[in-house]
Design a protein around this ligand. Sequence first.
Ligand code: NDP
Length: 400
Amino acid sequence: MARVLCVLYEDPIAGYPKSYARDDIPKLNQYPDDTTLPTPKKIDFKPGVLLGSISGELGLRKFLEEQGHTFIVTSDKDGPHSVFEKELADADVVISQPFWPAYLTAERLAKAKNLKLAITAGIGSDHVDLKAALQKGITIAEVTYCNSISVAEHVVMAILALVHDFIPSYQWVIKKGWNIADCVSRAYDLEGMDVGSVAAGRIGLAVLRRLKPFDVKLHYTERHRLPEAVEKELNLTYHSHIDSMVSVCDVVTINCPLHAETEHLFNDALINKMKRGSYIVNTARGKICDQDAIVQALESGQLAGYAGDVWFPQPAPQDHPWRSMPHHAMTSHVSGTTLSAQARYAAGVREILESWFGGQPIRNQYLIAEKGRLAGMGAHSYTAGNTTGGSEAAEKFKKK
Ligand code: NDP
C-alpha cells in the first residue's frame, strides 16, 4: 500500500466555506482542441466546491483510503522542519500544486527514497528539479489543459487592467475620492495596440484568440510555428526570435513553461529592447522574468506596467519587491485555481492515480517524465534542467 503525500494551500482565514456564491459550474464536454476532459471512473466531490485547500483534499481521501493507501495532506511545505520534508522520506507519491508548490529540489529528492510518482495538480512541473528527478527515474505527470482557459481569461483581464490603469481607479473609490484626472493620467485603450505572446501553446493561443475581437495587432514567437490556417484566421505575425517581437509590441504576454531555456528570459537586455512604456503580463512563472530587472524597468518608465500572478519563490516573502513596485497588478498565484479549474484538476489527479494504482499507462498528454526521460507532453515542452534553485527562500514567508 502506498503513502500519498499531498501539499495543498491553506483553507480560507474564515474557515472552509459552508456555501458558495453560485450553485454550480458550467459542464464542459471537451477542451478547445478536442482533448477529452479528465476521465476518472468516479469522483467523490461536487464540482464547484473548494478542493485545492487542505480541507478540500482534492476530493481524494475516500478513494485512497478505501484502497488501503495512507493519505497525508499538509500545507506545511518549506524548511527542514516542515511536515512535507519529514513525510517525504517515506512517501511513494507526492501531489503538489503550482500555486503552493512543494519544491522537490535535488536535496529533497535524495532523501525521498521511496518516491516513484510526482503529480502536479495543475500545469507546470518546474517546482521539480527535472534533472535530478530523471536521474532517479521518477514519473512526473500534470493535468494538461485543466486550467489553460482559466489562465487565458486572467491574462486578458490583466492586460485590460494595466492598459486602462484599473487598479488605481478602484483604489480612489475605496479612498472615498472622485479623482478623475488622477485615475486617467495613465489610462489608454487597448484598441490598435500591438500585442505579442511568448509561446502559442494552449494558454498562448487561447489568449490570442480572445484578444482578436479587441482590434489589436497580434504577434507571437514559438519554437514550433502554428499552422498557416491559424495564423491567417487570427492575422498573426510570427517572429522566429523574441527580440524582434518585443521591439514592436506594446503589450507582451508570457505563456511558455519555465525550464532551463526560459529562466530569466526577460532580463535587462531584453526589456531594454522593448518599446518605452510597454506592459508585461506574466502568468507563466515568476522566474521567467529577472526580479530586479522588472522593478528597475517600472521605476525608470521603460515598462508602464507589470501584471501576473506568478512569483519566485511561492509564497513570496513579505518583503518581495514585486509587492511594492510601482504600476503593478499582481495577485498571488490564483489564475489557474478558480473553483472551475479545481474541479478539472482534482478529477485529473484522480484519473492519474487510478491509472497508476491500476497498473495502466498514464495518459501521454499528462506525462512529463517517465523511466528516466522526458516523456509525453514533457518531451515536447520542457528541457531537462533545474529551475528550483533558491526556492528555500519560500520559508521566509511568515503569516501575520
Ligand atoms: P503548453 O505546453 O500548451 O504550451 C507551452 C508552449 O510553450 C508550447 O507551445 C512550447 O512550444 C512553448 N515554449 C516552450 N519553450 C519556449 C520558448 N523558449 N520560447 C517560446 N515558446 C516556448 O502549456 P500551457 O499553455 O497550458 O501552459 C504554459 C505554461 O503556463 C505552463 O508551463 C505553466 O508554467 C504556466 N501555467 C500557469 C498557470 C497559472 O495558474 N498561472 C496555470 C497553468 C499553466 P513547443 O510546443 O514548440 O515546445
